[in-house]
Design a protein around this ligand. Structure first.
Ligand code: GDP
Ligand code: MN
Length: 397
């Protein structure tokens, strides 16, 4: 789960990470009032969307007067902000963060993420702050400093100091950084983050070290430990189909291709996505209906697949174990009767009650393409020749 910058900053401040003074605003009047409360100029007007790169897209602006705050707030609120991370469709700005403007001496980069190789949190720092860090990693990897954190002890003092030396910090800024980096790792662990990124982390003209930006991703699998996160969720920022799927307890993730898939079991879903790729096409989604799916969940899953305008064909690949093939077939038939899809539906079934399942499909009078096994399913997908279209749809998003 992603949260907005203003929420991330409030969470991090709770662990002692210094952030600029500021307030969220939903209207132009609130923005003006927030700027008035700050009592100093300039102020920064920042679009709050679940994507980075806002500065480049015109979503972060410095205002030198209250009139300018009013003007900028009016322009940014409601705008469709396109950044390198939003895709060409952009995101509509519904909230602003109004912050005190700081005099910046240096822009650094600092982030904590999960390193799967060492199976521990990894803290990364760089003097190349405020830039596209992926680009730095590709072209100047030596400019990224790394320390693997102990899973329970966190960032040890000598590690924090090594980072601070590497960033050429001295004096008060050195000490402030050591504390901030340690606090950031503490926050990362306590909040069950999968990413905590500060870009830029700035050294101000007064020598203070402040998180000028903040991005947190909270691990969905740990949300049950944080009832307090529920109110941080902003559904308007999430893919509506994913929100809908979540309501039906379906594991659905939207992808960029055009073959909608419905599978039981995450492993089979991954294998099915590979299968589609090997057949020269591209999956439109990941959908695991789970082992215990009933006809209603199948119907709901099928509806979600078909609501994706990119979907040109559907592949249902089910291994009937706990979920029996006849139950699956009933669900699919019900959904097809109701939705009357005008696209090819390929069904590959095997396992418990497979004969009854196939019987239900063929007696339905509906036009399914039945695949006898996985290789046959792949051949039937390849025969649809949707590969080229898939590549194009991917490029368009
Ligand atoms: P992002 O583009 O979505 O990552 O948004 P950021 O919060 O990182 O802001 C983009 C850029 O705006 C930063 O890299 C800074 O250069 C600039 N910026 C943000 N806040 C301030 C501020 O208080 N003072 C100054 N001078 N620049 C700021
Ligand atoms: Mn940033």
């Amino acid at each position: 789960m992603k949260v907005h910058e203003y929420q991330a900053k409030a969470l991090l401040a709770g662990y002692g990470v210094p952030v600029p003074r500021g307030e969220v605003a939903h209207t132009v009047d609130e923005a003006v009032a927030a700027a008035g409360k700050l009592g100093s100029l300039p102020v920064v007007v920042k679009a709050q969307i679940h994507a980075g790169g806002r500065g480049k897209g015109g979503g972060v602006k410095l205002a030198r007067s209250i009139d300018e705050v009013r003007d900028l707030a009016g322009k940014i609120l409601g705008m469709r902000l396109v950044t390198p991370q939003t895709g060409p469709e952009g995101k509509v700005v519904g909230k602003l963060l109004i912050e005190e403007g700081l005099g910046i001496a240096r822009e650094l980069y600092l982030a904590v993420l999960l390193d799967r190789t060492s199976a521990a949190p990894l803290i990364m720092a760089s003097t190349a702050g405020g830039m596209d860090i992926e680009e730095v990693a590709r072209t100047r990897p030596e400019q990224i400093l790394k320390q693997v954190c102990h899973p329970t002890l966190g960032l040890l003092p000598f590690q924090a100091r090594q980072l601070a030396f590497g960033l050429n910090l001295t004096g008060d800024a050195f000490r402030a950084f050591v504390k901030l980096a340690t606090d950031l790792v503490r926050a990362y662990v306590a909040l069950d983050c999968s990413l905590a990124e500060i870009n830029p982390l700035v050294v101000t003209n007064e020598g203070k070290v402040v998180a000028l930006d903040a991005k947190l991703s909270l691990d969905d699998n740990a949300l049950w430990r944080h009832a307090e996160f529920a109110e941080l969720r902003d559904l308007s920022e999430e893919d509506p189909l994913e929100v809908e799927a979540h309501r039906f307890r379906l594991n659905y993730i939207r992808l960029e291709g055009n073959i909608g898939i419905m599978v039981n079991g995450a492993g089979l879903a991954m294998a099915t996505m590979d299968l589609i790729k090997l057949a020269g096409a591209s999956p439109a989604n990941f959908l695991d209906v789970g082992g215990g799916a009933n006809a209603e969940m199948i119907t709901n899953g099928f509806k979600i697949l078909l609501s994706d305008a990119n979907v040109r064909a559907v592949l249902i690949n089910i291994f009937g174990g706990i979920l029996r093939c006849d139950v699956l077939a009933e669900g699919v038939v019900t959904a097809c009767r109701e939705l009357a899809p005008k696209l090819p539906v390929i069904v590959r079934l095997t396992g418990t009650n497979v004969d009854q399942g196939r019987e239900i499909l063929s007696r339905s009078g509906l036009d399914f393409i039945v695949a006898t096994d996985v290789a046959d399913a792949a051949a039937k997908i390849a025969a649809l020749r949707l590969g080229e279209v898939a590549a194009q749809a991917g490029a368009n998003r």
